[in-house]
Design a protein around this ligand. Sequence first.
Ligand code: NAD
Ligand code: WQD
Length: 338
Amino acid sequence: MAILVTGGAGYIGSHTCVELLNAGYKVIVVDNLSNSCETSLARVQEITGKELEFFKVDLLDKEALNFVFGKYDIEAVIHFAGLKAVGESCEIPLKYYQNNITGTLNLCEIMKKHEVKNLVFSSSATVYGEPKSVPVYEDFPLSATNPYGRSKLFIEEILQDLYKSDSSWNIALLRYFNPIGSHESGKIGEDPNGIPNNLLPFVAQVAVGKRAELSVFGDDYNTKDGTGIRDYIHVVDLSIGHLKAIKKLNSNPGIVAYNLGTGNGYSVFEIIEAYKKASQKEIPFKIIERRAGDIAISFANAEKAFNELDWKAERGIEEMCKDSWKWQSENPNGYDKS
Ligand code: NAD
Ligand code: WQD
């Protein structure tokens, strides 16, 4: 039996492929490489000493997807493929809805056709909108503040409807908090195109000298030091959560949602300090105005995943920064896609 991984060449997907291969699964990756390259998969095979199958397939191409499903005995699908830049989603919302929602509809249709009904979906803490309090629990009200987040929310609702119509589906909605870090080998990592949108890749590029300074988006939030607080989670811990979710689906739980976070919140200033320590580099920064749409504070209550998946994040902020720095310093130009 094999696990099909959509978006497996990307940041979280490539790390999850490592864990799947190490756990003995056969792995089939489909990815259109719109935000990744095949080098990540070559590195996954180098790290594990195991092979995976790769198909350059766009989820909008149902025929190509159907071909892959016809070729293998697939036990479950982990669905990472999607566009994820919040700012870009406000500029080109139709593309985000088309890619993320139509892509998921196609995937589910082909899964159904081939009687593959176990699905792990990459959702996001963004589906909590502006949470009424912290920590955030899975039963908090859901909302969206931008088209990217709305695509995640809609997909969650579509998957709920799918399950209601046919209870032989088993679906895990994994709501990630803020994934950072890299595999300890430093061979795979986050490789954003252009100017990074997220804090960690930006800090890493400042530390390595590719960017002059970090802009801190506001120091007047109602938090301990005025900067935004988030629940950063090591990407390897996050990846292991997917293996636990696959095991859970084998017990026929129906549709279930889990927060994948550490339960700890760190401010932007604390991240700068932790990264300085890990890299032994200066991180020059300036304070600028708040970024539109940002919330002050978000961190998870991750007890449900602990109780039901037997999963807990093991790696702390030092390890996250150390592993991020190993990747960034040894691959200053990422996978060097040029
Ligand atoms: P990523 O961009 O590195 O990986 C996504 C992969 O999907 C890329 O390799 C891309 O080429 C591929 N892809 C996109 N559209 C496709 C399509 N139509 N057909 C085939 N392949 C397609 O992103 P990531 O950080 O690894 O995120 C993976 C998933 O997790 C995404 O769904 C994202 O929304 C979600 N998520 C990410 C974060 C985060 O901060 N990184 C947080 C919460 C949720
Ligand atoms: C973290 C903190 C910023 C950049 C986003 C998406 C979310 C999810 C994860 C996919 C905030 C501050 C950032 C910078 C800064 N993705 N910051 N300077 O906003 O929590 O979440 O990524 O699902 O949907 O919205 O993460 O890393 O962008 O920001 O000061 O250059 O760092 O204000 O407080 P965020 P982030």
